[in-house]
Every structure is written in C-alpha cells, then in structure tokens.
Design a protein around this ligand. Structure first.
Ligand SMILES: N[C@@H](CCC(=O)N[C@@H](CS)C(=O)NCC(=O)O)C(=O)O
Length: 212
C-alpha cells in the first residue's frame, strides 16, 4: 500500500493526493505536520518537509519527485502531456506554482492561519507585503497564461493544473479567494477544477472548508 506522509492541508501534499485520486490508485495518509517534523519523518524526508511517500520499502520525498514516480508507476490516466512542448510547459507551470505562485498563495495561508497553529499572531506587515509586492508580480501572469482555456496546457487536465489549483486552494483556507472581478480567468479556471471529484473529495473530507 502507498502511504502519503503529510497533512492534506499542505498544497504540496494535495498535489500528490489529487494525482492519486485522478489515477484511481488506493493510498493511505499519515497526516504528519512539519513544524517541526517528528524524528521518524526525517528518515524518509531528510529536509523535514511534507510530503514524503512510502511504497513498501521504497521511500521518496518532494511532491514533484513523488508525482513523477507515480506517473511512471501508474501510467493509466496520464497526467503528463506526451507532446514534448506541452510536456515542457506542464513542468514549467508546476515549477512556477511550487516556487513562485506559492508566494501569493501558501505564504498568505502561512502568515494568516499556520502561524496561529504555532501559537503566534499573524504578521500584518508580512501580509501587506504579499498583497503589495507579491500578488502584482504573480497573479497577472497567471491570469494571462490561463486566458480563456479550460486547461493551462493543451486539451487535458495535467500536473500543471494540479499544481496551480492546489496552490490557489490555499487562499480559500486563508479566507482570501481570488477576486473574480480582477482575475476572471483564474476564478473561472479554479471553480471549474474544484468541481472535479479528486478536489471535491479532498477538500470536503479535510473538514477545513467546503466549496459551493
Ligand atoms: N519542494 C517541496 C516543498 C514542500 C514544502 O515546502 N512543504 C512545507 C509544507 S506546505 C513544509 O513541509 N514545510 C516545513 C519546513 O519548511 O520546514 C515539495 O514539493 O514537496
């Protein structure tokens, strides 16, 4: 049995769970929290982050490595485009979501919600800096790249859509949905993907939020 180690509240854990749900592969979740990670988690995730995966005796950290491993192991319901250019673009959007978009999504969740879980008050200066500095660099790019498309790459739901949507869900947890007047393409794109069974099940089961 596959086990995903990490709380589903993490967008990086969510990437892996959505990919598994899309593929119809059974899995367990061990809802490890990383602040700080328990000692046994460091054995499978040397940098102490979530997610990590165990598959029998095999273990692997990092959502991108895990998703690529799972795609190769379970190629049914392909989530990585076969066309070389589309494949390259999908990997780029995954990298952008995980390393740049995260600054306008997970960072807001961290400053507004995660800090409270750690017994600290939200840092209003940091929150304002995200609104003033990060959002204007990131959200217009996403709005333009999504455009009027259903999927950000090609004609199929892919790892790029999973990575991007998983990040934007963090803003819902933070009580900061995307402003549909300012960013109509992102809003439509996200609302559409949230109707997928993979996302709906995860969000409702988690109990943190329900999405109408
Ligand atoms: N590149 C990693 C990033 C994972 C990550 O940053 N996870 C956060 C939770 S959302 C974490 O574990 N943070 C703990 C820490 O930074 O110590 C991946 O894709 O899995």
């Amino acid at each position: 049995m596959l086990t995903v180690h990490g709380s589903p509240i993490s967008p990086f854990v969510r990437k892996v769970l959505v990919l598994l749900a899309e593929k119809g592969v059974a899995f367990d979740v061990n809802p490890v929290m990383p602040f700080p990670a328990p000692a046994e988690h460091l054995l499978i995730s040397p940098i102490g982050k979530i997610p990590a995966l165990t598959d029998g005796d095999f273990s692997l950290p990092d959502s991108s490595a895990i998703c690529a491993y799972l795609e190769r192991k379970h190629p049914e319901h392909n989530l990585y485009p076969l066309d070389p250019q589309a494949y390259g673009r999908a990997l780029w959007y995954q990298i952008y979501a995980d390393s740049v978009l995260v600054g306008a999504t997970s960072a807001l969740f961290f400053q507004k919600v995660a800090v409270k879980m750690m017994g600290r008050e939200p840092d209003e200066v940091a929150i304002q800096a995200i609104r003033d500095n990060t959002e204007p660099q990131v959200l217009p790019y996403m709005e333009a790249q999504i455009g009027d498309r259903e999927f950000i790459v090609g004609d199929h739901f892919s790892i790029a859509d999973i990575a991007i949507s998983s990040q934007f869900i963090q803003r819902l947890y933070a009580g900061e949905p995307i402003d549909s007047a300012l960013y109509p393409n992102i809003s439509r794109y996200l609302a559409n993907h949230m109707q997928r069974e993979s996302f709906k099940t995860l969000i409702n089961n988690d109990g943190f939020i329900t999405v109408d």
